[in-house]
Write a protein that binds this ligand. Sequence first.
Ligand code: GLN
Length: 229
Amino acid sequence: ALSGFTVMAETYVVGTSAGFPPFEYIQDGEVVGFDIDLMRAIGESQGFDIEITDISFDSLIPGLQAGTIDIVAAGMTITEQRAQVVDFTDPYYSANQAVLVKEDSGHNVTVLFGDNRLAVQTGTTGDLWVEEHLQDTGILTGNVTHFDTFVLAVQDLINENVQAVVLDTPVAQRYAAENPVEMIAELVTGEEYGLAVARGNTELLDKLNAGLQDVIESGVMDELLAKHF
Ligand code: GLN
């Protein structure tokens, strides 16, 4: 038998965008969160290591296509449009969109109308929702500021440069718990998050789906949900 050998586990580069608590965020200079723990658990189940790379949300799919990233784990909603250019795993989390305003601003849902100013994170489903439902319809005439990260969008809201931010509900709730902002409405979009790989990378996709199933069946998923939510 062979001795003195260690078979090195494969390392996959996981792309994320760490302004999306509790899924991925920066704590003490490190990228942490539910998606990161989930990827580690899937890696343990399937025998691979991960390396995290933190980039802007709208660079994630181009990164998969260019091969600089192997997996996207970023609370990414499975959409028809994205599924034409990347492959998604089975869904692992459900979410809607939410409207965040400054605490005690007195705003209600009409903050989405007229000449109010909004902020979104570029390339997100919230960004698209605002464009399709508010801008294209003429309901909103005010400016929409696009940020690379929700951290900056929420900061702009706190600074009163914009009146509202549209973002995923679980993340809106986390920002509201930790900042002087509040969630005033939920937009029922019925989104489901998936992990993504380059189109046609079925070998890796199969590993991720098998890992997800294992993580769910072993109870690790419930532990991670309890830890982060
Ligand atoms: N779920 C949203 C989307 O896929 C937002 C994800 C994010 O900002 N990380 O666009």
